[in-house]
Design a protein around this ligand. Structure first.
Ligand SMILES: Nc1nc2c(ncn2[C@@H]2O[C@H](COP(=O)(O)OP(=O)(O)OP(=O)(O)O)[C@@H](O)[C@H]2O)c(=O)[nH]1
Ligand SMILES: [Zn+2]
Length: 207
């Protein structure tokens, strides 16, 4: 059995961008976990599992190695300064308490700067992934997406609504399948009741 050297955990609340995923360390940890649950990682069916799980985790946590600035670096000036809203962006994240998935949809809307700084629609979905593909809590995911749009696009207003089901509440623990958690973050001129109402109507599809 091999164990990799213990390195200190990062002390910061917000993780630093670490460019390289440590496959060797992840594999060693998975091997250890298999021993811990009473499995035998040397049996044939499990031989490649540590490497596979490491690759899967590299993908599931790839947002830790990306920045919102990279994603939002392409902007256009379309002279459009009204609300842009992308609804039902599929979302898969990982709850930081249990490291099991939570999944649902994000609705992301913003009102561009008067200068008309607009990003590509797909970039809103990519931005959600930058923050979703990390160990997360839904509240932080919601505010991080909103804050990134305010800061990087200099949007005049942002609304982010996330509806998700947490597998840690479904497959284990309290076992309440179907319970959905809804979080929202509102910034800038979307605090204005009429503007927010317009956004909510678009999100609900009742406009
Ligand atoms: N606020 C918030 N809580 C979350 C999120 N994901 C998971 N949780 C909760 O985190 C809590 C962790 O509670 P603990 O009592 O420390 O852990 P636990 O003993 O496994 O709790 P149970 O899930 O109730 O069995 C649970 O209530 C989870 O439902 C999230 O995104 N936001
Ligand atoms: Zn959880």
């Amino acid at each position: 059995m091999t164990t990799s050297p213990i390195r200190p955990l990062r002390p910061e609340a917000e993780p630093q961008i670490i460019r390289e995923f440590d496959h060797e360390r992840a594999e060693a940890a998975v091997r250890e976990l298999l021993y811990a649950i009473g499995e035998d990682p040397t049996r044939e069916g499990l031989l490649d599992t540590p490497a596979r799980v490491a690759r899967a985790y590299a993908e599931l946590t790839q947002g830790l190695r990306q920045t919102p600035e990279e994603v939002l670096s392409t902007t256009f000036d379309l002279g459009h300064d009204e609300m842009v809203l992308v609804r039902d962006i599929e979302l898969w994240s990982m709850c930081e308490h249990h490291l099991v998935p939570f999944t649902g949809v994000a609705h992301v809307g913003y009102i561009p700067a008067a200068s008309g700084k607009i990003t590509g629609l797909s970039k809103l979905a990519r931005l959600v992934d930058v923050y979703a593909k990390r160990p997360q809590v839904q509240e932080r995911l919601t505010t991080q997406v909103a804050d990134a749009l305010m800061e990087i696009l200099e949007a005049r207003g942002v609304i982010v609504v996330i509806e998700a089901e947490h597998l840690c509440m479904t497959m284990r623990g309290v076992r309440k399948a179907g319970a959905r958690t809804i979080t929202s973050a509102v910034r800038g001129i979307l605090h204005n009741a009429a503007t927010r109402g317009e956004a909510m109507a678009l999100i609900r599809g009742t406009h």
